[in-house]
Design a protein around this ligand. Structure first.
Ligand SMILES: [Zn+2]
Ligand SMILES: [Zn+2]
Length: 340
């Protein structure tokens, strides 16, 4: 049996703060069960320290008990306020994963590699990770900080991202295992690109006159962010710049009857190994989704979404505007579509 240092009554299982004993009842009066715990954050511990002191004052805790509780908090807070690199006690620490380091130590690794927050691809994340790890090892940072650096870069990795390419014309293509994303910037010049694309296509078409149908011109050149799900596309076409002004990766979407609907096209102005890799990954993705569909148990095909006549007319209007078809051809197509 111990004696409670607050109310002086005997108690069987006192709460202990150093050599000070507090009985269960006094402990509860001061809200002890709510604040006697371990703290991870300095400001959280400070908030609860002040709250505990206020409660103890209200219930007339004697000085030694107050001092002991105060000590309970400050010992935790002091432990928090040591830099994990240099071990110096400091007021403000920066968290790197589970490590806390002081401003001076942080400055040693606060390079542009660290500040970069948007990464193009995982390769760029790894490149910066290696840069930072090399620097940390040169400065002799301990394992907890190295782990923190790794955690920082792990969080930047984009799962399933194969590569990301900039076409130099205002489009970026991010290629993932199961999809890709086409991101268009404001600088993307829709009309100019459409004209160049038609020129590139016609060069292609001229070589095989039989395919020179208007169908080959059905495509979409638009601004906006497009998510490209490989299961929706049946084929991908790759045209390097070569002697043309424009190269492209074209995702072709055709329905069961082989009828073309709008293609999505990524344009680039110079050939690049990275674009080769992007195309290969897309082609692989489409192949994979096709063979997965073949293996899947036969389910009735969902009906192809109906394309409205208005959509179709708009498409031909675009072709008319850029001079790909004549007014006559447009009128004819429009009348045909309206009859349907
Ligand atoms: Zn008591
Ligand atoms: Zn330090």
């Amino acid at each position: 049996m111990a004696k409670c240092d607050v109310c002086a009554k005997s108690t069987l299982l006192p709460e202990r703060f150093g050599t000070v004993n507090v009985c269960r009842l006094c402990f509860i009066k001061a809200n002890g069960p709510l604040w006697k715990r371990s703290y991870e954050r300095y400001d959280d511990a400070e908030k609860h320290r002040l709250w505990a002191l206020e409660k103890m004052q209200k219930h007339n805790f004697p000085k030694p008990a107050t001092v002991a509780v105060n000590e309970f908090f400050t010992s935790q807070m002091n432990a928090m306020l040591r830099c994990d690199c240099c071990g110096h006690p400091v007021q403000h620490l920066r968290a790197i994963g589970k490590a806390n380091i002081c401003k001076q130590c942080f400055e040693k690794i606060n390079t542009s590699a660290w500040k970069e927050t948007e990464y193009e691809d995982n390769e760029a994340v790894e490149k910066n990770r290696q840069k930072m790890l090399k620097l940390a090892s040169k400065k002799g940072f301990p394992p907890i900080v190295v782990d923190g650096i790794n955690a920082h870069f792990d969080a930047k990795l984009q799962p399933g991202l194969v590569c990301s390419v900039d076409g130099g014309l205002g489009q970026r293509l991010k290629v993932y295992e199961t999809q890709c994303q086409l991101i268009t910037k404001d600088s993307f010049h829709t009309k100019k690109i459409t004209e160049a694309y038609i020129a590139a296509l016609q060069a292609d078409v001229a070589a095989v006159p039989d395919t020179a149908s208007r169908e080959t011109c059905l495509f979409k050149v638009a601004k906006g962010d497009f998510k490209i799900d490989y299961t929706v596309y049946s084929d991908a076409q790759y045209q390097k710049c070569g002697s043309n002004d424009l190269g492209y990766i074209r995702l072709i979407c055709s329905d069961a009857d082989g009828r073309r609907s709008e293609d999505i096209v990524f344009f680039f102005k110079s050939d690049d190994k990275k674009i080769d890799a992007a195309y290969r990954a897309i082609a692989r993705g489409i192949e994979r989704s096709k063979s997965a569909a073949d293996e899947a148990p036969t389910a009735p095909n969902p009906p192809a979404p109906a394309r409205s006549a208005a959509d179709e007319i708009l498409k031909f209007k675009n072709l008319l505007d850029i001079g790909a078809i004549t007014q006559e051809e447009f009128d004819e197509k429009k009348a045909e579509l309206l009859k349907q």
